[in-house]
Design a binder for this molecule. Structure first.
Ligand code: TEU
Length: 561
């Protein structure tokens, strides 16, 4: 088993979506000084590092994931002096800062693209991916994440450019070594300022299959071409180059966002001898409720599926590599609404899920608001939504008469990205204490009950439970480095496993249902006894392992003595 100690394995990382975290100047948009004002809160929580979503200059077609200047702070977030103050203050407190690196694409307003589209002979033309049309149509039939076609025609120069995301996010051409050099310089710009790592946006999409072939098939229209632009032919060459020329010169950590990786392909990015990345965000758990039609083709999921996915990634990273652990982020529905019960058992199920994330082998990532059990939002009309993916979906389906608008809205309530982007709920005052101005997106109306102020005041809150978990993980290396040993794998109600390190053993038992569940652990292993370390119910009762009764969403962590 791989137990090489590293700070980023022992860390708990907190993700901040700055637009929605805390607004210090009343313009309705969260900002850097807002984060600065909340560092006491983060420190109190016990986290070690912050992953900050993009704060760079951007026209905000995709909320900062469309960058027009990599080395400037967006005005609505503050300025470079604010950012430097934030970094210094975080470091003074022993907190690390991980910046978002978005280099699969830029904004179409980035000076490189402005120059590239000015003429076919521009020196920057080849920084992007341009092709002639085919029979009066797009160069190939690839579908984009956000729009039907992944190509946009540029009337001025008579060619199409590739955009895997919005039309305002043209893909960079990583085959061009000059472009790669520019990216590496930009990375050094931030690393030299002293940051502690990068989260790399869709980093496994930067190498496209040569010739950009059509997705085969007889159907007309655009098709999902993931096989041609994910984990592409030169991806590992690029990442090794990046590592050799940039990353390896600094004491930092990296986590790559990598849709469509399996444990087999994933290890190629994070294997210890690979010299590429430290961790990746895999999507298998996030896709557990997606049918053949993708994210909006919502299907029921079973606990045995979830266990299978978790278990195979735990196993894959046992001897080599390291897992990231997350159940939500700024692109996904709220964890408690999706995997728990956000009604009667909100507190119990949020704590149970937190127990899972902090007792698996890997590095936990907490998404802002998760620690107070924030829930999905159901806005009543499409006008209240802001996310480009959601708005495009609605336009394509409901407005073009392809689906009943209320059904599309129901899908958005379940899976839309704005579920995670409503303002952080600080108190029960105006705008949940997020902003004195008009928030850029509506506050979830449940803020009067669900907010940080209430959570701090209630010793039994989800927030206090997170603090306990984080502290426990620091005190118990077995929670970080211990081997993961699954038990009761075919059980549909209970998720149970053992963690083991140097003779020390923990037993984790989680009821994933809203009804009592009984399990029999006799014969699974032979403990001389168990000692309860943590439970999400005030008083755990009945520790007879042959007949263990768990209450709805109950979580227990035992030390096997
Ligand atoms: O996300 C990429 C990604 O693969 C998906 O999560 C996708 O954006 C979407 O959520 C599918 O439903 C990253 C960023 O996290 C996301 O916010 C950006 O919009 C995207 O890249 C483009 O930069």
């Amino acid at each position: 088993m791989n137990s090489v100690r590293q700070w980023w394995k022992e860390a708990v990382i907190y993700q901040i979506y700055p637009r929605s975290f805390f607004d210090s100047d009343g313009d309705g948009i969260g900002d850097l000084r807002g984060i600065l004002a909340k560092l006491d809160y983060l420190q109190e929580l016990g986290i070690d590092a912050v992953w900050l979503c993009p704060v760079y200059q951007s026209p905000n077609d995709d909320n900062g994931y469309d960058i027009s200047d990599y080395c400037r702070i967006a005005e609505e977030f503050g300025n470079m002096a604010d950012w430097e103050e934030l970094l210094a203050e975080m470091h003074r407190r022993g907190l690390k800062l991980i910046m978002d690196l978005v280099v699969n694409h830029t904004s179409d307003e980035h000076p490189w693209f402005v120059e590239a589209r000015a003429s076919r002979n521009s020196t920057k033309r080849d920084y992007y991916i341009w092709r002639e049309g085919k029979d009066g149509k797009e160069p190939n039939n690839w579908q984009s994440f956000f729009t039907p076609s992944a190509w946009e025609y540029d009337g001025n120069t008579g060619e199409y450019y590739l955009h895997l995301f919005s039309v305002k996010q043209p893909d960079l051409n990583w085959e061009n070594p000059v472009l790669r050099g520019e990216i590496y310089d930009m990375m050094r710009f931030w690393l030299d300022k002293g940051i502690d790592g990068f989260r790399m946006d869709v980093i496994n999409c930067i190498s496209k299959t040569e010739g950009l072939p059509d997705v085969p098939g007889t159907e007309e229209g655009y098709r999902w071409g993931g096989d041609y632009f994910m984990n592409g032919p030169r991806i590992h060459e690029y990442l090794r180059e990046m590592n050799e020329l940039v990353l390896s010169w600094y004491d930092i950590m990296t986590v790559g966002e990598t849709p469509c990786v399996t444990p087999e392909t994933g290890i190629l990015y994070v294997g210890d001898e690979r010299r590429e990345l430290n961790m990746l965000f895999q999507f298998e758990l996030m896709d557990i409720d997606s049918g053949p039609g993708g994210k909006w083709d919502i299907q029921p999921w079973r606990l045995t599926d979830l266990k299978r996915i978790v278990g195979k990634w735990q196993l894959a990273m046992r001897d080599n590599g390291w897992n990231s652990l997350y159940m939500n982020n700024h692109d996904q529905p709220r964890m408690v609404s999706r995997f728990g019960n956000d009604g009667e058992y909100r507190a119990e199920s949020a704590k149970m899920l937190a127990t899972l994330l902090h007792t698996l082998r890997g590095t936990p990532f907490i998404y802002q608001g998760e620690e107070i059990g924030m829930r999905n939002v159901s806005f009543g009309s499409i006008e209240e939504y802001r996310d480009i993916e959601t708005l495009n979906l609605y336009r394509e389906k409901a407005l073009q008469g392809n689906a009943d608008p209320s059904e599309v809205l129901a899908l958005i309530h379940k899976k839309g990205r704005d579920n995670a982007r409503t303002p952080m709920q600080w108190d029960d005052g105006i705008n949940a204490g997020f902003s004195g101005g008009m928030p850029w997106i509506g506050v979830n109306p449940d803020y009067t009950g669900i907010n940080v102020q209430n959570a701090l005041a209630d010793g039994d809150s989800i927030l206090h439970y997170y603090k306990k978990l984080i502290a426990m993980r620091k005190e118990n290396p077995v929670m970080v480095y211990g081997e993961y040993i699954p038990i009761l794998e075919d059980e549909e109600a209970i998720f149970a496993y053992i963690r083991q390190l140097d003779g020390e053993r923990l037993l984790v038992i989680l009821n994933f249902t809203g009804v009592p569940a009984v399990c029999n652990l006799a014969g699974q292993f032979s403990p001389s006894g168990v000692e309860l370390l943590l439970s999400n119910y005030p008083a755990a009762v009945g520790h007879h392992l042959a007949n263990l009764e768990l209450r709805p969403f109950e979580a227990r962590v035992y030390r096997i003595v």
